[in-house]
Design a protein around this ligand. Sequence first.
Ligand code: SAM
Length: 306
Amino acid sequence: MRIDIVSVFPEYFEVLNLSLLGKAQAKGLVEVRAHNLRDWTHDVHHSVDDTPVGGGAGMVMKPEVWAECLDDLLDLAPAEFPMTMGDGAATDAAAYAATAGDAAAGGTAAAAASSGAVAATDDAAAADTVSAADTRVPADRPVLIFPNPSAPLFTQADATELSRAGHLLFGCGRYEGYDARIPTYYRAQGVDVREYSIGDYVLNGGEVATSVMLEAITRLIPGFMGNPDSIVEESYTGEGALLEHRQYTKPATWRGMNVPEVLLSGDHGKVDRFRRDEALARTSKIRPDLIERLDCQALGKADRKT
Ligand code: SAM
């Protein structure tokens, strides 16, 4: 997998040479390149930001600089919006939403198309409602990812899907964020563009969010983990997608506390059932929202196996 990261602080990503991701790079499983966005500026101050249109505090990242950089890394020629593809960008927006299988999003974009207005904001709003997990990534198509606190949450399902991609390109925002036309433009160019939040809080920049997503994605690449079984039964993973049961190691008694006796029984069926029950109990207490989304059929199948 090729991974490009664009940031005004590319040094942030030197840590990716450590630990398992460092080993994966040495093995040739992944190739990570961090780029400095300022390398695509032309002014003496290497500016990447400007004041917000409409007023307000802070600065916004400029589309021209981002576009020069992304065109280079995605090997695309500059184009005007609406593009000379099909009936133009509004149709692209509708097509994008329809391919992603989201009726509400398709409706919004289709309305924009029929009104003849190329509304970048409508396109963005439509795309926002599209769950990335509903789509599949072909290995030969680059995926452009913008961390964004006001986007849908990044999940284990997204990590699983993106671990099959051949090329990921992360664009790290700073300041008040990036000009909203950037993702809209690349979607209309036919690029698979994703915007993800890593949680309901605001960070200073996209670097930490990119590192989080990158780690969640790359550890799922076949061959990345020494023991592939260690990613099979984990929190948020598989058809059940529960929180994992608690884990214990030796000694069996530590500071007067015993590990649950059933785990010492050697009876794998009982151990599995105990863990499953604990996973269910913890999930319903800590994350009842996961229980609501649970696929009961899948759970029944898993239970019958134990
Ligand atoms: N003005 C934005 C807002 O209120 O939604 C916040 C911008 S934030 C200070 C700057 C950049 O940090 C964002 O463009 C994004 O790249 C990154 N960022 C901050 N919080 C994030 C989060 N929870 N998830 C993903 N990216 C985040």
